[in-house]
Design a protein around this ligand. Structure first.
Ligand code: GTP
Ligand code: SPV
Ligand code: MN
Length: 631
């Protein structure tokens, strides 16, 4: 058991930076650039000790024990090594309004927004403003706390696509989560004699002695939250929050925002996409990626349990894809992550039996409810939880099913589970080379107007469809209510550079000799007039995938033209064994709805992307409008 009482520190340490002892790890042997980074962080944040994490199970066990003793984690006794974490109720999701990109030139970070309009495709800050904001927060912010140094790889360590990061943090919860979500290893330090790394600085912003009360043993500083990205410096600074994408800096900050900027420079793609393998009854394997906004079904689709006989699905990744074309013109994808940080509510043995099997051990559940049997509980588990158990909600209060008006779990409560525990993980999920992609899907939660599936006419038409992705707002960020929001390419919160340039980058990827994947738009969330979903979703989505794969094999007999692209010809979607589905309604294209939608999209692009919008996107939108007017 690691012990950090002041007396012990002297017993164990020989190395120090200034007066700050290195309580674990060999600082002296580190590459110079790493030493410089750590020294900078120590001088800036003044922790009471430095701890070089090695990513081992032993280390994780020690931290778990420590966090259980403190009360940050509670063991869920019904399982082997599963833990519940309740956060401060003011720190439960990403904070998009406090997330910034810092660049020399504003328009490298964000598009030319129309005068008087508030930009929603990223927030820019100048270096001066950022320095002022950081100087208010970071100096001495780790006083009295340990600084953990976490060397991690995004992607398999031996993959030429992978990138290394070092995160410093004063949160042991973050350290435990990073070990699940990324590949943490001391071996990475050795590679850094030759290679560069992304610098990730994180603090919960709660130096000791703490002013005010810490809630749930979860130190944080919600009023002072800031998450700043410096793509030009390959640097991330995050302050005040310990939750998810705000604090696990390998994920959205690095693997999407910083990697996105790298990808543009180097000619590849960093996308908010799941990666899945589908083997057909004819034993042909395809790989597809799908970009859906947060809480719109990526994890579910990545682990889809097919209801059509003879189909097999295997998972490669559930949230992020890094992709590049190889010399033969094939688009290859890797999953840079090592685990799942999945939405808990809604997950059950009917909707996602595979996910349920991922987190029966070695997992952390954040802001879910707990039963008197020592099990997790959330909305969706009603049928799998005996009536007579007592439930404590995510806030730790007694909660009565059918009586309590509030929710049992937070809507953005999550499970953190190692990818290797997924029973359908693809044998090559961590293959350094990546898997070849045949189709790209876009989608969102669209209660009205948008058909179950449609196919883009071309690569550029697909980019236009992606640019027009919208979805109901979700609990994964600070939004309340259910407005429909633009979330182009499912990347609105995760863009690392000017969105117009991002669209241009996508367009420029189409080159002679490349096998461009087909692009589709799907919508599992259309509702009828009674408010109910028109499509059963989940495992039944294999029927849509089946149609998509037949299109990837160029079966032209199953499509028909429409103003929005190719639609399935009636009767070509396999509906065998389903209760009656209102196909006409599921695929209808209400003319006025679409004319309004196109108008909104044009307004969105004009206001939000302005002169940065690639002209071809506007032209394709115009064509779509004309096609609707004529039908
Ligand atoms: P992030 O981790 O935030 O990026 O979310 P995600 O895109 O991985 O979403 P996830 O798969 O976790 O699904 C979010 C919610 O949507 C869960 O409550 C699911 O139960 C629900 N959901 C997923 N797929 C479907 C579907 O096909 N139909 C319906 N009706 N709901 C779905
Ligand atoms: C998302 O919001 O898309 C997530 C959760 O996957 S977080 O890691 O918090 O970004
Ligand atoms: Mn996500």
């Amino acid at each position: 058991m690691a012990s950090w009482a002041a007396d012990d520190i002297h017993k164990f340490t020989v190395q120090r930076i200034g007066r700050v002892p290195v309580i674990k790890g060999d600082f002296q042997s580190l590459p110079k650039q790493v030493k410089n980074f750590i020294t900078h962080c120590v001088h800036l944040m003044a922790p009471r000790g430095i701890y070089l994490a090695d990513g081992s199970k032993k280390e994780a066990d020690e931290f778990i024990q420590k966090l259980v003793e403190k009360g940050t984690l509670t063991k869920l006794t019904a399982y082997k090594e599963n833990y519940l974490c309740r956060t401060d109720p003011n720190d439960t999701a990403r904070v998009e309004s406090k997330t910034f990109t810092v660049t020399m030139n504003q328009y490298d970070a964000v598009p030319h927004v129309k005068k008087g309009v508030k930009g929603i495709l990223g927030h820019w800050m100048s270096y001066e403003e950022a320095a002022a904001a950081m100087n208010q927060r970071f100096p001495n912010c780790m006083t009295g706390r340990m600084m953990y140094v976490i060397p991690f790889s995004m992607g398999p360590v031996d993959s030429p696509f992978s990138k290394i990061g070092i995160q410093v943090t004063d949160s042991a919860y973050v350290l435990l989560s990073m070990r699940v979500m990324t590949r943490v290893s001391l071996q990475l330090f050795e590679l850094l004699h030759e290679r560069s790394f992304v610098k990730c600085i994180h603090s919960v912003g709660c130096p000791r002695p703490v002013h005010g009360r810490i809630k749930n043993h979860w130190p944080c500083n919600p009023e002072q939250v800031i998450v700043a990205h410096y793509p030009e410096q390959r640097l991330i600074q995050s302050f005040g929050s310990g939750y998810g994408g705000n604090s696990l800096l390998g994920k959205k900050c690095f693997a999407l925002r910083i990697a996105g900027a790298m990808a543009k420079d180097e000619g590849w793609m960093a996308e908010h996409m799941l990666i899945m393998s589908v083997t057909t009854p004819q034993k042909k394997e395809f790989f597809i990626v799908a970009a859906f906004p947060s809480a719109c079904g990526k994890t579910n689709m990545a682990m889809l349990n097919p209801t059509l006989p003879g189909y097999k699905v295997q998972c490669i990744g559930d949230d992020i894809a890094w992709m590049r074309f190889d010399h033969d013109g094939k688009l290859l994808a890797i999953n840079p992550e090592n685990g799942f940080f999945g939405v808990a509510p809604g997950t059950n043995t009917k909707t996602n039996p595979i996910a349920m099997r991922c987190f029966q051990e070695n997992s952390i559940f954040t802001n879910v409810a707990e039963t008197s049997e020592g099990k997790y509980y959330w909305e969706g588990l009603e049928d799998e939880t005996p009536e007579n158990v007592e439930i404590r909600n995510w806030l730790g209060h007694v909660w009565k099913r059918g009586q309590s008006k509030s929710r049992a779990s937070h809507p953005n409560s999550r499970f953190t589970a190692p990818a290797k525990q997924c029973p359908i993980m693809h044998p090559r999920w961590d293959c350094p080379k990546g898997v070849p992609i045949s189709a790209i899907l876009f989608g969102g939660r669209r209660p009205k107007g948008v058909p179950l599936v449609l196919e883009a006419r071309s690569w550029s038409h697909g980019v236009m469809l992606g640019a027009c992705v919208k979805s109901e707002t979700t609990a994964a960020a600070e939004f309340k209510g259910k407005a429909i929001m633009h979330d182009p390419m499912a990347m609105r919160p995760f863009l690392g550079y000017n969105f117009g340039q991002y669209l241009q980058h996508w367009l420029s990827l189409e080159q002679p000799g490349r096998q461009m994947p087909k692009i589709f738009h799907v919508n599992w969330f259309r509702r009828g007039d009674d408010g109910k979903f028109l499509w059963p979703g989940f495992g039944e989505n294999i029927r849509v995938v089946d149609w998509i794969l037949r299109r990837c094999e160029n079966d032209d007999s199953i499509v028909m033209e429409s103003p929005v692209g190719f639609l399935p010809r009636p009767g070509t979607l396999n509906m065998d064994g389903l209760p009656p589905i209102n196909e006409a309604e599921l695929f209808s294209l209400p003319k006025q709805y679409w004319l309004d939608d196109i108008k909104q999209n044009r307004k969105f692009l004009e206001e939000q992307v302005g002169v940065d919008t690639p002209p071809v996107i506007l032209k394709l939108l115009k064509n779509q409008e004309e096609a609707f007017k004529q039908c």
